[in-house]
Design a protein around this ligand. Structure first.
Ligand code: ABN
Length: 177
């Protein structure tokens, strides 16, 4: 009989000890410190995660840059050679090339009035690449290649009869609302 009572109380002791240890583990001071530490370290990591912080940021020298340099405000989302250094202008294709039928449209802030403008980047097609002009790769707001439709590393001459890429113009479409 005593044996049975001994076993029973021993079993109850083990159960109580087990649940007391489990509770101490999940609500104790160490567990609180571990959780708080994880939150603090996790929070500190957030600012270094790979968010795109470039959108809407105007380079410091955008106000002074002229239209022959990649820093010019209207080229904020451009990927290509500047046509105005290839015999064309800011908005017109060089002789012997024609504007792409499809284009990439970016939103750039004009430092002169602080307003955002839609800019159409049409490739000029039908001539060999103009590689003695500044090549700009600003691409503000672009997303990686696997986000189809949001990627600008594309030959926009693809819909033209002659798909050879020559250079890129930057045509103002209007104010971004
Ligand atoms: N939009 C300019 C361009 C042309 C060919 C390949 C990549 C980018």
């Amino acid at each position: 009989m005593f044996n049975l009572i001994d076993k029973l109380t021993g079993w109850m002791d083990k159960m109580t000890e087990g649940s007391a240890r489990r509770m101490a583990l999940s609500t104790g001071r160490r567990s609180f410190l571990a959780r708080t530490g994880a939150v603090i370290v996790g929070g500190a990591m957030l600012p270094v995660l790979p968010f795109d912080r470039t959108f809407g940021i105007v380079p410091a020298n955008a106000a002074e840059a002229d239209e022959f340099s990649c820093e010019y405000w209207r080229y904020c989302a451009l990927d290509g050679n500047l046509c105005n250094s290839c015999g064309g202008t800011l908005t017109q294709c060089p002789p012997g090339s024609e504007a792409s039928k499809v284009s990439w449209v970016g939103t750039c802030k004009n430092p002169a009035d602080g307003k955002d403008y839609l800019v159409s980047y049409n490739d000029c097609c039908g001539r060999t690449e103009c590689d003695n002009a500044p090549f700009c790769n600003t691409n503000q707001g672009e997303r990686p290649g696997y986000r189809m439709g949001l990627h600008n590393d594309i030959n926009w001459c693809m819909a033209n009869a002659s798909v050879g890429y020559h250079c890129t113009v930057a045509v103002l479409v209007g104010l971004a609302e």
